[in-house]
Design a binder for this molecule. Sequence first.
Ligand code: NAP
Length: 333
Amino acid sequence: MKSVVLPAYNNNLIRALLGIRIDDKDIPQPKPGQVQIKMEAAPYNPSDIAFLRGSYNVVKSLPCIPGFEGCGIITETGEGINDRFKGRRISFFVQDDGVGSWSEYVVANITDCIFLKDEMPMEQAACFAVNPFTAFGMYELAQQESCTAIIQNAASGQVSRFISELAQRDGLKVINIVRKAEQVEALKTAGEEVVLNSNDEQFEEELKKLAHEFTATMAYDAIGGKMTAQLINAMPADSEVIVYGGLSGMPIQGIDPMGVIFDRKIITGFNLMDWMDSLEDGEFETVSDYLQDLFIAEDLKTEIQGTYTYDDVVKGIRAYIGNMSAGKILITP
Ligand SMILES: NC(=O)c1ccc[n+]([C@@H]2O[C@H](COP(=O)([O-])OP(=O)(O)OC[C@H]3O[C@@H](n4cnc5c(N)ncnc54)[C@H](OP(=O)(O)O)[C@@H]3O)[C@@H](O)[C@H]2O)c1
């Protein structure tokens, strides 16, 4: 099979990309509890970029095949898995050593596979296993806290787009934060009422004003660094910032301790794997059904800016990092 291979991690992404090659490898065979999947498509995600740099929390033995999610068809089943699953279309998630989704074939645990409805479009299925569930799980926290308004940064990113859609269905106000003027315009054109640019001079002042005016007591932070502090310092008493990404690559800094002590402000983290572990039996399937129906109805949609084959894998990564807000890029065999 044809696979994308990373021979060495490099904190300098350009150097990491220079090492990437396409190899012929043996098709992996499923172990007990696993299935073999013939890949249809996989996306590039921020976690993949961090992985190539060696700065993600998953580190594989080198050389390795990158890619943590995708969609495809089950071609073989391991011991303990019913043969009738062969031929089924699935989205899946995989972090195991020795395999990755940027490859013609992959093996994954059946427990990390999501059976797809026939109407799920391939492009949407390729990006289904991680971001939609992350958005759903995080948005549920706002519902549990009966929030009336939320704040989110990296607001042109796909997780944020989903959160916004879910929040607007319930009539919650959303304060969106982006970092470029053209992103403000794009979100406003897409129907967002409130969009702030973190590079504007008045940003912190404006954020504080709106956070208090709307009583925005929950914020979703994909960036870290000083942004986490800008959020929590601007929010009213009894607010919570949920950190789910570290796109700035910087440690959180600049939090006003008085807000934490006297206004009971808190910072927590969100991790999809922990959320999945916290679900009752059958709950994940119910959420998956709900989300798939939203995708099929096109109420939720992952923006796709392009598709590249393995031979053009590096070109595709460069296009993605050049404009992440334009949407995901898919890689296909
Ligand atoms: N915790 C979890 O379980 C979990 C699960 C899924 C995803 N995530 C995380 O969620 C975050 C968003 O993922 P996604 O798939 O939605 O991303 P995406 O669609 O690929 O978009 C990334 C967005 O972040 C912006 N961005 C990138 N670096 C930035 C920085 N330093 N400062 C401000 N904005 C920046 C990009 O804007 P530009 O166009 O301006 O670059 C773009 O709008 C990532 O950190 C990802 O790792 C976490």
